[in-house]
Design a protein around this ligand. Structure first.
Ligand code: PLP
Length: 397
């Protein structure tokens, strides 16, 4: 088959390839310690499963409205308003089969070919892929080491903007670094977006995955509610990655366009899953609280062990379920300069599987430290202890 030319610009999420390798290694009879994928090994809370089951038995198995069922759109608007101080209504919500589809639909709705779009690097790889696929120019800005955590390189953001820049993709509570902007920094980003008349995708996939204090949304700063689209997902907070449900939340004119794209792409999101999502938002919240408690314990365990490994240093992020340790000295000590060589050496010698900087965009000029990303959402405390213990032995060998 002659594949269409546009596909040349379509990227991928290379973390899934790491999964394939880890699986093959496990199938060959080896113990694997899975730190590579942001999936969750905990079951969706029972009240949500029960609500889906009941809805199926009640016949909610047909098509649903293309922007989502009214009860869920209303419940999402209310939930987002409560946490962000916004004033959205159901009309501001377009339900999606996952958070991920919001990225491409936001770009399709607001970017013309040739426009520039700012995206975080290191960052979630789908941004760059979708910007380029839809004919834009993807322009990176950086997250860099700070005092207690990674931080947005605001100077780099200001340098990256041009008269052609139309979009800003912003992922506070960031994958892969776990970075979180201060209120002052969010204020500065909002002013920057207003000054340059940028439309902003607020990817808030990890808004509720935090271990103290409250998340603050960029959408809550002056001028932002009018120009932001929030990416909301049920995947992380409710351990619903495989159910595929999320939403785009933003100004009605953009949401109407996104709903029209829904109609062309998947028609609608699954009806009984939307009913279960209403239960997730309005029902018993002990499930997501328990998920967070487990994640916090894993984070502390992971950070403590990583910081005891020679040649490794790691911040303790207050949000997300990722750790992004600096492994520069360990790679040097092992005589390995190449990320893939290091990743494979560790996988095949210890079974510890992770992603590296390379899975989150091309390294930027001047970047001279080496990082790997460990997700602790899909591996229990026992395996964290064993796996990172083996990594420590590898480092000491
Ligand atoms: N945005 C970020 C930053 C993510 O890390 C992810 C998933 O890992 C998503 C969006 C999309 O998640 P989902 O499609 O499961 O909602």
């Amino acid at each position: 088959m002659q594949i269409a030319e546009r596909i040349r610009n379509l990227g991928t999420e290379t973390a899934f390839a790491v999964s394939g390798e880890a699986r093959a290694f496990a199938e060959a009879g080896n113990a694997v310690y899975p730190f590579h994928l942001g999936d969750i090994d905990m079951r969706t809370p029972d009240n949500i499963i029960h609500a889906a089951h009941q809805a199926m038995l009640a016949g909610k198995t047909g098509y649903a409205p293309n922007a989502g069922i009214p009860e869920l759109r209303e419940a999402l608007a209310a939930d987002v308003n409560r946490a962000r101080g916004s004033s959205y209504t159901a009309a501001n919500v377009a339900v999606q089969p996952g958070g991920k589809p919001v990225i491409g639909k936001f770009i399709q709705a607001l970017m013309n070919p040739g426009d520039e779009a700012l995206f975080p690097n290191p960052g979630y790889p789908i941004y760059e892929s979708q910007i380029e696929y839809f004919g834009g120019k993807a322009v990176p800005y950086a997250y860099i080491p700070g005092e207690n955590n990674f931080r947005l390189d605001f100077d780099a953001l200001e340098r990256a903007v041009s008269p052609k820049t139309r979009l800003l993709i912003f992922n506070d509570l960031q994958n892969p670094t776990g970075a979180e902007s201060s209120r002052e920094e969010l204020e500065a980003v909002a002013r920057f977006a207003v000054k340059h008349d940028l439309k902003v995708l607020c990817d808030e996939a990890y808004f509720d995955i935090r271990y103290g204090g409250d998340s603050v949304s960029l959408s809550s700063f002056p001028g932002m509610e009018e120009s932001c689209v929030i990416l909301y997902t049920f995947s992380k907070k409710f351990a619903m990655t495989g159910w595929r449900l999320g939403a785009a939340i933003g100004p009605v004119d953009v949401i109407d366009v996104i709903a029209r794209i829904n109609l062309n792409d998947e028609s609608c999101s699954n009806h009984f899953i939307q009913i279960a999502a209403v239960e997730a938002l309005k029902g018993d919240q002990s499930g997501p609280r328990k998920i967070l408690e487990v994640l916090r314990e894993r984070r502390d365990l992971g950070v403590d062990i990583l910081n005891s490994i020679p040649g490794v240093s790691c911040y303790r992020p207050n949000a997300t379920f990722y750790l992004y340790p600096d492994v520069t000295e360990l790679m040097k000590a092992k005589g390995l300069e190449d990320y893939e060589a290091f990743r494979k050496d560790v996988l095949y010698k210890t079974g510890v599987s992770f992603c590296t900087r390379l899975h989150f965009g091309r390294a930027l000029p001047g970047e001279d430290r080496n990082y790997i990303r460990l997700a602790y959402s899909g591996i229990d405390a026992d395996l964290i202890r064993k796996g990172l213990g083996l990594l420590k032995e590898y480092a000491q060998a």
